[in-house]
Write a protein that binds this ligand. Structure first.
Ligand code: ADP
Ligand code: MG
Length: 284
């Protein structure tokens, strides 16, 4: 029985016939933390979510959600877990509102919560629309609202913002930050490294079913900041990218003394670049 972490994964592997889809994964996710599981298409993200939510059995290793071993997950845990995946399972011929009403009933949630959530995900004015009349972004927000009805302790999100326009993605990000503030543990998969950098307290980079790096986004980037460089903008319009050296120190000192330095930035790699360096492949 694991107490402290909301999700605890130890040496988890998954085989589909001959193919090894997940290789010896270990990580943990705590309350109030957004954990980003990052990898290109086919790297094993959805398979991991399916195992952690009891929809698929692992081949070896252990995983616990809220202290319960995933292979023994029973219905009581779903009262504390929210899941958002592609296979949305919305009732297509029902309205937005009624889709939530059905789940509110099952989950024993007050009706007021439905309106509150519709407001939050920007669907209040579309509550009478049928689910099959929604755009992709609206459908995704409805699925998210449904997953949040019962204020889950842990939320699994499989590529929650893929295909969303930037302002809708931003609204989803704000909602996730709020959930995190309220102590929800969020397990999020994405292949968008910018999103991960912005949202996540902790990331794991997944390549072909193997975690190749993990840590706080900033830590991971700094670890690969081996060629320290500085990007400099001067008052006369000149721009320079200079290596970390005594000579650069001297130059910066002089520019500053003459008040010619407009901007200076360090050039540590992005998560995208780290991924490329570690795996030799792009995140597509
Ligand atoms: N039910 C399945 N049967 C056989 N292979 C599968 C099954 N589900 C996923 N896979 C394989 O496992 C690998 C990881 O898939 P998936 O977890 O869907 O990746 P991601 O979500 O990162 O795109 C892929 O090579 C995929 O083809
Ligand atoms: Mg997937």
């Amino acid at each position: 029985m694991k107490k402290q972490s909301v999700i605890e994964v130890e040496h988890l592997s998954k085989k589909f016939k001959e193919q090894i889809a997940l290789k010896n994964l270990s990580f943990s996710v705590h309350a109030g933390e957004i954990f980003g599981f990052l990898g290109p298409s086919g790297s094993g993200k959805t398979t991991t979510i399916k195992i952690l939510t009891g929809q698929l059995a692992q081949s070896s290793g252990k995983a616990f959600v809220l202290g319960q071993a995933v292979e023994q997950i029973n219905e009581s845990i779903y009262e504390q877990v929210g899941i958002v995946t592609d296979n949305s399972g919305l009732y297509e011929k029902m309205t937005v509102y009624n889709n939530l009403k059905i789940f509110a009933k099952i989950l024993n949630v007050k009706k007021e919560r439905i309106d509150e959530l519709l407001e939050r995900v920007g669907l209040a004015e579309h509550k009478s629309k049928l689910a099959n009349q929604l755009s992709k972004g609206m459908g995704q927000r409805l699925v998210l609202a449904r997953a949040l009805l019962h204020q889950p302790k842990v939320l699994f999100l499989d590529e929650p913002t893929s295909g969303l326009d930037p302002s809708t993605a931003e609204a989803v990000h704000e909602l996730l930050f709020e959930l995190k503030e309220n102590g929800t543990a969020i397990f999020l998969t994405t292949h968008n490294m910018d999103e991960a950098t912005k949202l996540c307290d902790h990331v794991a980079l997944l390549n072909d079913g193997l975690i190749v790096e993990q840590g706080a986004p900033k830590e991971v980037c700094l670890k690969y900041n081996t060629k320290k460089k500085y990007e400099i903008q001067l008052a006369d319009g000149q721009a320079h990218v200079l290596p970390h050296s005594d000579e650069t120190t001297e130059k910066i000192h002089q520019w500053m003394a003459k008040d010619e330095l407009i901007t200076i930035h360090s050039c540590e790699p992005t998560l995208e670049k780290v991924f490329l360096e570690v795996t030799g492949r792009e995140l597509l």
